[in-house]
Write a protein that binds this ligand. Structure first.
Ligand code: PLP
Length: 356
């Protein structure tokens, strides 16, 4: 069976992101046939079922379906952190780098960051920075955000022992934890650790259906019933009260039922890409560090800058992301099959060898 069911035939191999997938024929059918109602009235049965399903998978009381992971992160965090209070996160975290300041602009949240190579969590670092209930002198830390897997870190899976240590110490200190689990599915498939074991280590968890799972849109934030009720109010206030949106939630439910196990194949294909690149020049990446579906590439000194290499790859039919002058990213997903990876390996290994 082809692993690229939604990709247009004959197109480039698109490794820019796992968000570029097209809904499969089966997913489109599920969307077309979804039972719907007005979700602002709480009457869309397909949305309600998805929210319940995701909350159940993560071991939380309630869930809220939203258009994006940025929104579920913002809603989760704002139920934990008040205006003028502090969220700690690592300096590569999506919440602080790629949500366009939304936490500050819309919720008055202040952030302080720590440096984490590859985004890897060492619980002692944020715990040493945290200042809960700081009185009138310092900003009070009310939550810590963790990203699993870590996007800009290169698909890093957070060690469960560090997440557990963070949970125990923050609970004792009265500090909440938000988990940006946009790709928690990948961590779950890579480690075999149950989703509810990860879920138990945070007060709010945001997960995306529109990344590796292949839905066209949609994220869910889970937490206790009170927090999710508050998040529902804020979602409407942000203008994202949606109506017969079961047509989108159906894609998410379909993705969970049909595409979760397939993430293991994405991980294997990412490893193959890393091995091909490192085989041409080992300075670019360490295949052993590739745990999930993301490969971070560092362009070594002497090679042309990342934008030029990306343009050359594109001309040869392989699309990659440029994350900095000397940093590139490859992401495998539902619309890249083994044949696509073979092609990408050949093109990228040739480019890397030529750039030595
Ligand atoms: C780790 C992480 N969190 C959150 C998001 C935000 O998701 P969205 O693009 O749906 O807003 C992304 C998007 O790529 C992500 O990688």
């Amino acid at each position: 069976m082809s692993a690229a069911p939604g990709a247009p035939a004959g197109g480039p191999v698109d490794l820019r992101s796992d968000t570029v997938t097209r809904p499969t024929a089966g997913m489109r059918r599920a969307m077309a046939e979804a039972e719907v109602g007005d979700d602002v009235y709480g009457e869309d049965p397909t949305v309600n079922a998805l929210e319940e399903e995701v909350a159940g998978l993560l071991g939380h009381e309630a869930g809220l379906f939203c258009p994006s992971g940025s929104m579920t992160n913002m809603l989760g965090v704002r139920t934990l952190v008040g205006p003028g209070q502090e969220l700690l996160c690592d300096s590569l975290a999506h919440v602080v780098r790629a949500e366009l300041g939304g936490h500050a602009a819309l919720a008055g949240v202040t952030t302080r960051t720590w440096a984490a190579p590859a985004g890897l969590l060492d619980a002692e670092v944020p715990l040493a920075m945290a200042v809960p209930r700081a009185g009138p002198y310092l900003v009070s830390t009310t939550a810590i955000a963790v990203e699993n897997t870590h996007n800009f870190g290169g698909g890093t899976v957070q060690p469960i022992a560090e997440l557990q240590a963070l949970r125990v110490a923050t609970a004792a200190a009265g500090i909440a934890v938000h988990l940006d689990g946009a790709r928690l599915w990948n961590a779950h498939v890579a480690t075999g650790i149950p989703l509810d074991e990860y879920g138990a280590l945070a007060d709010t968890v945001s997960v995306c259906l529109s990344k590796g799972l292949g839905a066209p849109v949609g994220s869910v934030v889970v937490g206790d019933a009170e927090r999710i009720a508050a998040a529902r109010v804020w979602r409407k206030r942000y203008g994202a009260g949606m109506r017969q949106v079961g047509v989108l939630a159906a894609a998410g439910s379909y993705a969970l039922a049909h595409h979760l196990a397939g993430l293991a194949g994405d991980h294997a294909r990412a490893k193959r890409l890393a091995e091909a690149v490192a085989g041409a020049d080992e300075r670019w990446c360490d295949p052993a560090a590739v745990e999930t579906n993301i490969v971070a590439l560092e362009v070594p000194p002497g090679a042309p800058a990342a934008p030029q290499l990306a343009a050359e790859a594109s001309a040869a039919g392989v699309l990659v992301s440029v994350l900095g002058p000397r940093r590139m990213r490859l992401v495998t997903h539902l619309d890249v099959d083994d044949a696509g990876v073979d092609r990408a390996c050949e093109v990228l290994a040739g480019l890397v060898a030529g750039a030595r």
